[in-house]
Design a protein around this ligand. Structure first.
Ligand code: HEC
Ligand code: HEC
Length: 342
C-alpha cells in the first residue's frame, strides 16, 4: 500500500478500499533507516497514520453511501485524534501500553519503560519500539475458537475489553418506596465509539440486579436467558438498530439503508440508563449490582449463520460495580452520593 486517495470514493472520504497499491520489491514501513539485502525499502508516513487504517475501517454502502462502519470517522473527531494518537498507538502495542497511551494521551514512543524495544527483523538493529502486528480488538470469541483460551490473542482481547469502560451508580428516592438507580457507563479508553465497526451486530449490554437483605429481588434486567442464550427485550444494549429499504430490522450490512437508533458510547463520553424499583418496608439495606458485558454477536445470529445450537456465543464481563445502600423508612440513604455527583 503506497497511498490513500479519497477521489476513489463517492463520498470523498477515506474508506471502501480507497488505497493505492504498489505491489513489488519495495517494502514500506515507518522506519527511516531500514535496509535489506532481499528487497528495496522505503519510509512511508502513511504507515504511521490512521488514514492507513481508514481505507478499510470506514465502510460506506456502495449504492446508497450510508456509513455502515465508521470507526475512522468516530476517531477523527475524538480527543485522541486531537492529540495525535493514531490507531496504531493502541492496536499495535500490548494492552498494558495502550492503557497508558489512552490515559496520558501520549504516543508509545514517547512513553518510558514500555518494554517494547527489540529487533524488528533478524539481523536488524535494536530499536526503541517494535510494533506488534496482531491488531487485537474485542474479538475474544474468534480467538477462543481459533487459538484457544491460553492464546495471547484471547488473553489480550479480554484484557482490552476489561480496560475500556467504567461504571457509576446513583440512587434517587422518589417517595412511597419508589426509587431510581441511574447507571452511568463511561467509554474511558476506546479511541472510537464503544462498540465500533459492525455496531448493528455487536452487543455491549448492561445487566442490573437489585436485591434486599431479605433475599427479595427488586429488579433484574439484562440477564441472559439460560436456555436460548438471548437477551430479554428490555435490555439496555449499546448498539445501533439498522433497517432495510422497507424499514424492516436487518443485521446484514448490504441491506442497510439507515440506522433508526444509535446508542453506542462516544470516545471519552458516557451513556446513562435509569431503572425504577420499589423498596419494601422489610428492607434493611438494598444491594445494586451493575455489570457491563460484551459479545461479538447474538445467539440468534450465530444460530442463523452457523446452524442452530452449533456454537454457544461466549461473553466477556467488561466491568462490574456493586454497592450496598442502607434503608430507613423505606428510603435509601445514599452515602456514596457526594462522590458520585458528576
Ligand atoms: C485509545 C486507544 C484506541 C485507539 C486510538 C483506537 N482504538 Fe480501536 N479499540 C480500542 C479498544 C479499547 C477496543 C475494544 C472496545 C471496542 O470494541 O470499542 C477497540 C476495538 C477496535 C476494533 C474492533 C471492533 C469490533 O467490534 O469489531 C477495531 C476494528 C478497531 N478498534 C479499529 C481501530 C481503528 C481503525 C482505529 C483508528 C481510526 C482505532 N481502532 C483507534 C482502543 C483504541
Ligand atoms: C486492507 C484492509 C484493512 C486495513 C488496511 C486495516 N484493516 Fe483492520 N481489519 C480488516 C478486516 C477485514 C478486519 C476484520 C477481520 C475479521 O474480523 O475477521 C479487521 C479487523 C481489525 C481489528 C479487530 C480485531 C478484533 O479483535 O476484533 C482491529 C483492532 C483492526 N482491524 C485494526 C486495524 C488497524 C489499527 C489498522 C491500521 C494500522 C488496520 N486495522 C488496517 C481490514 C483492514
Amino acid at each position: 500500500m503506497s497511498d490513500t486517495n479519497i477521489l476513489k470514493t463517492k463520498v470523498l472520504e477515506h474508506g471502501n478500499s480507497s488505497f493505492e497499491m504498489d505491489p513489488g520489491p519495495v517494502k514500506r514501513a515507518t522506519l527511516k533507516d531500514s535496509s535489506s539485502p532481499f528487497h528495496a525499502t522505503q519510509y512511508s508516513e502513511l504507515h504511521n497514520s490512521s488514514k492507513f487504517c481508514a481505507n478499510c475501517h470506514n465502510i460506506f454502502h456502495p449504492d446508497n453511501n450510508f456509513p455502515i462502519e465508521r470507526t475512522y470517522d468516530e476517531w477523527k473527531y475524538s480527543i485522541y485524534a486531537q492529540n495525535d494518537i493514531q490507531c496504531m498507538d493502541c492496536h499495535m502495542v500490548p494492552v498494558n501500553v495502550a492503557i497508558r497511551v489512552a490515559d496520558t494521551l501520549t504516543r508509545p514512543h514517547k512513553l518510558k519503560n514500555t518494554g517494547l524495544s527489540g529487533v524488528a527483523a533478524i539481523g536488524g538493529p535494536v530499536r526503541e519500539l517494535v510494533h506488534d502486528h496482531a491488531f487485537v480488538g474485542g474479538n475474544a470469541a474468534m480467538a477462543s475458537v481459533l487459538e484457544g483460551k491460553e492464546s495471547v490473542s484471547y488473553q489480550e482481547s479480554v484484557k482490552r475489553l476489561q480496560s475500556v469502560a467504567s461504571l457509576e451508580l446513583k440512587v434517587n428516592t422518589r417517595g412511597g418506596g419508589l426509587h431510581d438507580v441511574v447507571v452511568k457507563v463511561n467509554n474511558d479508553r476506546a479511541g472510537h465509539n464503544l462498540p465500533t465497526s459492525l455496531t448493528e451486530v455487536r452487543q455491549v449490554w448492561l445487566e442490573v440486579v437489585i436485591t434486599n437483605d431479605k433475599e427479595r429481588e427488586l429488579l433484574r434486567s439484562g440477564t441472559l436467558d439460560k436456555d436460548s442464550n438471548d437477551l430479554p427485550k428490555d435490555t439496555t444494549i449499546f448498539n445501533v438498530t439498522a433497517v432495510d429499504k422497507d424499514g424492516k430490522h436487518t443485521e446484514f450490512p448490504w441491506e442497510i439503508v439507515r440506522f433508526t437508533t444509535v446508542n453506542t458510547i462516544p470516545p471519552r463520553g458516557y451513556k446513562k440508563t435509569k431503572y425504577s424499583f420499589n423498596v419494601f418496608p422489610d428492607s434493611g439495606h438494598v444491594k445494586v449490582v451493575a455489570t457491563l458485558h460484551y459479545r461479538s454477536f447474538s445467539q440468534h445470529l450465530a444460530d442463523f449463520l452457523l446452524g442452530k445450537g452449533e456454537v454457544k456465543v461466549p461473553n466477556v464481563t467488561m466491568v462490574t460495580l456493586e454497592k450496598q445502600y442502607p434503608v430507613k423508612d423505606q428510603k435509601i440513604v445514599d452515602e456514596h452520593k457526594a462522590t458520585d455527583e458528576h
